[in-house]
Write a protein that binds this ligand. Structure first.
Ligand code: SER
Length: 313
């Protein structure tokens, strides 16, 4: 059977749960997980797993041929905070991985690609509230620059070579199975670990810094839904929204479950990154074009995280 799926970056925060959900839908053997490092036990045990360096196109091709892959979800990337510390490495990883996969699609080795973009494509001069899909962008971070360039390359490959590539701009993603690493929105995951372990957390973003966020289940549903949609005429990286909150607001929501939870603030470089990003996102285009809708609000997200982490630790 010649229509298998490859997830690249399957040991990462989103890749882990995406792989498990795709296996649930399409069958364990049809979804090949790959990453440069080992990952979640369930991902490695429930179906095929390959160690793969996404910057090496020949290695990707070998895995694709071995497993008769037709669709690739490219989830490997260096996130915003760590990319500021290693700009060249971030550019190389984020761009070369994309070129490798887009070129394989252009050569018709694969049929369809998912590539995630981010709210980081927006910059200090973008509108902060209800940020539209098309507006002033001018990202001020290495990560944002790589994502905006990537969006343009996806559009180019789509228009010039007919490559079927689909993309959404994720907000901060909240989950408990695998931690994020090196992002600016990571505080909104760490806060739950602090709450469970010692009923306190020191936030690296200030109390009123509002950012767009989303619970993992909604992110996975969006990802699979846009890939299952019939072919789009135009390439667009879609804005996606679910909830927006500040460290103070999420700490209030946690206090409803853990009344003596306390939060402190000690900002670092990530504060500047957060301030360059939107606070709320207008995603009506995605809601109209492919019926995107989120399901999880802040209270449910907090409930799910506190429950899930209980079993995870
Ligand atoms: N969560 C990402 C980050 O913080 C944004 O896409 O870098």
């Amino acid at each position: 059977m010649n229509n298998n799926i490859l997830v690249i970056g399957a040991s990462g925060q989103i890749g882990t749960e995406l792989t498990l959900k795709l296996r649930q839908i399409y069958g364990n053997q049809k979804v090949v997980a790959s990453d440069i490092r080992n990952g979640n036990y369930e991902v490695m045990e429930s179906g095929p797993f390959e160690i793969l360096d996404v910057t090496n196109k020949d290695d990707i091709l070998k895995v694709i041929q071995k497993h008769k892959i037709t669709q690739v979800y490219l989830m490997a990337a260096m996130l915003s905070a760590i990319a500021e510390k290693k700009p060249k490495n971030a550019w190389e990883l984020n761009m070369n991985s994309l070129f490798n996969v887009l070129d394989l699609a252009r050569e018709k080795v694969i049929d369809k690609v998912f590539w995630p973009s981010s709210i980081a494509v927006f910059g200090p001069s973008s509108p902060k509230q209800d940020t539209p899909q098309l507006t002033v962008m001018n990202p001020s971070t290495v990560y944002g620059i790589s994502k905006l360039a990537g969006e343009s390359w996806c559009a180019y490959y789509h228009d010039k070579f007919g490559v079927d590539v689909r993309s959404v701009r994720y907000p901060g993603i909240i989950s408990y199975k695998t931690n994020p690493g090196g992002g600016t929105t990571d505080y909104a995951v760490e806060i739950f670990h602090g709450a469970k372990a010692h009923k306190s957390y020191t936030s690296f973003l200030s109390e009123n810094t509002v950012l767009p966020m989303m619970y993992m289940d909604d992110a996975i549903n969006a990802t699979i839904k846009i890939m299952q949609h019939e072919k789009f005429e135009r390439y667009t990286s879609y804005n996606l929204a679910a909830v927006s909150f500040s460290p103070k607001e999420i700490s209030e929501a946690i206090k409803k479950h853990i009344p003596d939870f306390t939060i402190n603030y000690k900002t670092d470089d990530r504060q500047g990154i957060a301030e360059s990003w939107p606070q709320t996102i207008d995603d009506k285009q995605a809601r109209k074009d492919w019926n995107w809708e989120h399901k999880v609000d802040l209270d449910e997200l907090v409930r799910e995280m506190l429950q899930g982490l209980h079993f995870a630790v």
